[in-house]
Ligand binder design. Structure first.
Ligand SMILES: Nc1nc2c(ncn2[C@@H]2O[C@H](COP(=O)(O)OP(=O)(O)OP(=O)(O)O)[C@@H](O)[C@H]2O)c(=O)[nH]1
Length: 207
């Protein structure tokens, strides 16, 4: 699976928002995914979007990734949630509070979107094993409870799983979109059938 960073005018196929407490490594993970580099410091106040094309299962997909600032306003956050097709929820394995916040955040996402949203739970900073405050089992259990995929990784070490996080999420989003499209097609076919039936009934009643 290869990925190329590009800038395109056409609308994205999938919109992804990366959320989590301040300092958990959201920007570091995105930059690692896009460039395979690790940069130690980012401007914490900036919210950025990136357009990026991946070749996924032999299909080109243009994705837009929104890197949120950990301290963003509620109204801004709700707008971002509505905009997104899927979410990466990040906590740091050496920060218990960020883990608890990720659980609360997923419930908030489901409430705002009025559905069980497509989501990956990511425990970052596994290179800091000696500072671990959240076990892998706890991460897996929360992901199961929230119906999310789950990965542990380190943006600084840059494991394969960082690409997997985004690729798995894209696959989930694609699956959901295809089910929704089929549902819409079925319901419009049903509407046409109903109109026909009503017309036939009218003709039958008037003759
Ligand atoms: N050791 C280690 N440090 C990391 C890792 N990922 C990020 N960091 C560090 O954690 C700090 C915060 O990283 P950011 O990527 O800015 O975190 P953020 O979640 O985007 O933070 P906000 O923009 O404040 O919301 C920086 O000092 C990074 O260098 C990691 O995997 N391991």
């Amino acid at each position: 699976m290869t990925s190329v960073t590009i800038s395109k005018g056409r609308p994205p196929d999938c919109k992804i928002v990366v959320l989590g407490n301040s300092g958990v490594g959201k920007s570091a993970l995105i930059v690692r995914f896009l460039t395979n580099r690790f940069i130690w410091e980012y401007d914490p106040t900036l919210e950025r979007t990136y357009k990026h094309q991946v070749q996924l299962d032999e299909e080109p997909i243009l994705m837009e990734i929104l890197d949120t600032a950990g301290q963003e306003e509620t109204i801004q956050q709700e707008g971002n949630i509505r905009w997104a097709d899927g979410f990466v929820l990040v906590y740091a394995i050496n920060d218990r509070q960020s883990f608890e916040a990720a659980g609360t955040l997923k419930q908030h996402l489901d409430q705002v979107k009025k559905t069980n949203v497509q989501c990956m739970l990511v425990g970052n900073k596994v290179d800091l094993l000696h500072e671990r405050r959240v076990t892998t089992n706890e991460g897996e259990a929360l992901a199961l409870e929230l119906s999310c995929g789950f990965f542990e990784t380190s943006a600084s070490d840059g494991g394969e799983e960082i690409s997997e996080v985004f690729h798995e999420l894209l696959r989930d989003i694609k699956r959901r979109k295809s089910v929704e499209t089929k549902g819409r097609r079925r319901s419009s076919a049903q509407q046409v059938k109903n109109v026909f039936n009503r017309m036939l009934n009218k003709i039958g009643n008037s003759s």
